[in-house]
Design a binder for this molecule. Sequence first.
Ligand SMILES: Nc1ncnc2c1ncn2[C@@H]1O[C@H](COP(=O)(O)OP(=O)(O)OP(=O)(O)O)[C@@H](O)[C@H]1O
Length: 230
Amino acid sequence: MLEVEGVGAGYGRARVLFDVSVRAEAGAVTCVLGRNGVGKTTLLDTVAGLLPAVSGRIALDGRDVTRLRPHLRVRAGLGYAPQGHGTFAPLTVAENIAVAREAAGRAGPEAVQDALELFPRLRPLLDRRAGLLSGGQAQQLAIARALVTAPKLLVLDEPTEGIQPSIVAEIEAAIRAVAARGTAVLLVEQYMDVALRLADHAVVLDAGRVVHSGPRASLDDADARRLIAI
Ligand SMILES: Nc1ncnc2c1ncn2[C@@H]1O[C@H](COP(=O)(O)OP(=O)(O)OP(=O)(O)O)[C@@H](O)[C@H]1O
């Protein structure tokens, strides 16, 4: 579904990613792990088109999107819930969801009901401004907003960061359900336990390079902790 081949990216002259290749398959969770500052968010932003790839190629569902602008990648099937959720604070929950669905122009109104089934906590909050939500509610909204674009690839950056355990479990279950429906999920997750429970495929970044890539079983817990320990 997603093919990232030999991608380099960075900020101005500061190169952060070097020759990064990652694939995310339909129906599977591909988890990107790594210490703080190794380039995980930079990779997701490059996949989403918020940062340009200075080398390499990115393909979504067989289509080269390397030079496509972010909103056109959404139309091509990419849903992104960025780090810190990125919801629109002055808009209500319902408005946040509606804006995303209409902007993507891919999904019908049933996509909203589907997303709310995954995140029933949002139902009684539809008229509340997003800026008044708790961290966990806002994160659920961010994922719901990405889902109502009916993505073929769902990209999530630290969806459980700073969130209470009961909501982490709900988010985990939702991610599993989305993958089970056949969506490709590309996930950056700081909590190793959550990451290793969810991952079908694990990619470890270090200093902007891929140092491990393989099925979850190829990374034992001790290896993971050694590669990722701060
Ligand atoms: N907007 C920016 N301008 C310049 N440098 C940046 C910018 N954003 C990130 N960086 C740098 O790029 C490198 C990679 O950052 P990135 O956020 O991708 O790492 P990360 O692996 O996601 O880390 P974390 O787990 O802390 O979120 C870091 O050295 C960071 O300081």
